[in-house]
Design a protein around this ligand. Structure first.
Ligand SMILES: [Zn+2]
Length: 274
């Protein structure tokens, strides 16, 4: 299988799909339906599919993967990451590090199999401390049921990795990977800058979900975000940064395989695939 890739410095970063996630324009909180329909090029009654991209590279003899996919039980069109890795010659057991942008179902449910055991038994997890601590915290009472359910699942996702979690903070670096907190979508949502020599790329996680809408209209917020206003501010900050620096972006939900540049277009932005 030929796997799409891009180069940054000495690194070759490969894009591996976990499948496509079924979502709906109903998730949009602040744009008229006719406009959002036109931007995505039409839908089936508001339903549409967005890609779920993961990224893998080798460094210093280690296999490093960004995010872990959706696992076996989220949607039938998802959970394809392990088989796609194998088809591309990557044994899940060989993954040494998993870098998490955040601990949401389509990024972390794929850490475990149906028995709750690690799909990546030799992987150490790099995650922002603010994200990890939020999801691992005890319910102090009064939490909404949906949040409680995601917290419970996240504790199961992380359980087989507990001894191998590295809680990272801004300024820290492991194998060239540095977290940049971009909170809002989740409490510790993180973009990861990965450096090689003087070059770098940014794995920006869920800075956008609907790339056909939120790159050109960054104020558009979705009900997926825990704090929509903070997510909007993070999106503006990161779009501005990536356009200024002209660095390659690797986006979880940007058109598969998910790499490209953000460019300025008038007062807003556009995405150019690599
Ligand atoms: Zn996501």
């Amino acid at each position: 299988m030929s796997v799409p890739s891009f180069r940054v410095g000495d690194l070759e970063i490969k894009g591996y799909s976990d499948g496509v996630l079924r979502t709906s324009l109903d998730m949009i909180l602040n744009m008229e339906r006719a406009r959002s329909e036109a931007l995505v090029g039409g839908t089936d009654g508001g339903w549409l599919y967005i890609p779920v991209n993961n990224f893998v590279f080798q460094r210093e003899g280690k296999t490093i993967m960004i995010d872990a996919g959706s696992g076996h039980d989220m949607q039938p069109t998802l959970g394809k990451l392990p088989e796609n890795l194998r088809a591309g010659g990557v044994d899940p057991k060989s993954v040494g590090y998993i870098v998490l942008t955040h601990i949401h179902p389509d990024h972390a449910n794929g850490l475990i199999d149906p028995r709750g055991e690690a799909i990546y038994p030799n992987a150490e997890i790099l995650v922002h401390a603010q994200e990890y601590d939020f999801w691992m915290s005890e319910d102090k009472g009064g939490e909404p049921e949906k949040l409680k359910a995601v917290k419970a699942r996240n504790k199961r996702n992380m359980k087989p990795y507990t001894e191998r979690v590295r809680r990272m903070r801004e300024g820290e670096e492991v194998l060239g990977c540095t977290p940049i907190l971009a909170a809002g979508h989740s409490p510790g949502h993180t973009c990861w800058r990965v450096m090689s020599g003087r070059e770098s790329f940014l794995a920006w996680g869920d800075i956008v979900h609907l790339s056909a809408i939120q790159i050109s209209h960054p104020d558009t917020t979705l009900s997926y975000d825990l704090d929509g206003d903070a997510a909007r501010k993070s999106r503006h900050r990161i779009l501005d940064m990536t356009a200024n620096e002209r660095i390659v972006v690797a986006g979880a939900h940007v058109n598969a395989p998910g790499f490209g540049h953000v460019v300025r277009k008038g007062t807003t932005y556009a995405f150019e695939s690599v």
